[in-house]
Design a protein around this ligand. Structure first.
Ligand code: CA
Ligand code: CA
Length: 233
């Protein structure tokens, strides 16, 4: 790393540390006691719970199974982390194949700067198959959609995630207090699945649309994880 790069990296770290409220920091999940929502805004805890066992799924759990860094954003309708039926972005390809959030995180940083996103979702680096992680977000009424993704690892290009779940209850004209969702496995359509639970497959060429692949991977199996989105403030 050059000195210049090091200085830039340090500036980014300091900018993160200086962030106000309960703005999530990567790999630093935690409670939201200190979260201060803006007027009309809200703070939410986001808990991902792994439910991945051989008993539930009827398929042996590979070694070393985990869910990769939980990453995403709370945003307005100008952002999508992924779309079922659409092609994966470069960032989603990297996240789904390697568990690497780098490109998606840079994209979210741009969205934070330009007002498209209000906060990032950033959980632990690795979540055990039956482990859990809790992270928090703060948002306002201009940014009511929640999206995130996490690689199902090891795998070719499989992930769990949500795409623009609405945190604002239009009917009640209020924030939702609690949303719980079952998570099923998506295929990002970027790597072939010739060897299941292996990262060493050929590229998918041409790319295929993102699709739910849960029943192919875990025939008849229930959700592999669950997310609990709870309003704190
Ligand atoms: Ca695939
Ligand atoms: Ca690829």
């Amino acid at each position: 790393m050059t000195l210049e790069r090091r200085a830039t990296a340090l500036a980014m770290v300091l900018a993160t540390l200086a962030a106000p409220g309960c703005k999530g920091k990567c790999n630093n999940p935690g409670p939201t006691e200190t979260c201060r929502a803006p007027d009309g805004g809200a703070c939410f805890d986001i808990e991902l719970v792994g439910l991945w066992t051989a008993e539930r799924q009827g398929v042996a759990v590979p070694e070393p199974a985990h869910f990769s860094t939980l990453y995403g954003a709370v945003h307005d309708d100008r952002y999508r982390i992924f779309a079922q039926g659409g092609l994966a972005s470069e960032g989603m390809e990297l996240l789904a194949e390697e568990g690497d959030i780098g490109i998606v995180q840079n994209d979210v940083a741009d969205r934070l700067r330009t007002g498209v996103a209000a906060d990032e979702v950033c959980g632990a680096e690795s979540i055990d198959p039956t482990g859990s992680v809790t992270t928090s977000i703060v948002t306002d009424t201009d940014h009511t959609k929640l999206s995130f993704a996490s690689m199902v690892a090891p795998s070719p290009d499989w992930f769990v995630g949500i795409d623009g779940v609405e945190l604002w209850d239009e009917g009640q004209n209020a924030w939702h207090d609690l949303i719980e969702l079952d998570l099923f496995v998506y295929d990002a359509g970027t790597e072939r699945d010739d060897v299941a639970f292996s990262p060493d497959n050929d590229e998918q060429s041409p790319l295929e649309p993102i699709a739910v692949a849960h029943d192919r991977i875990f025939p008849g199996g229930p959700a592999v994880a669950r997310v609990r989105i709870q309003r704190i403030r």
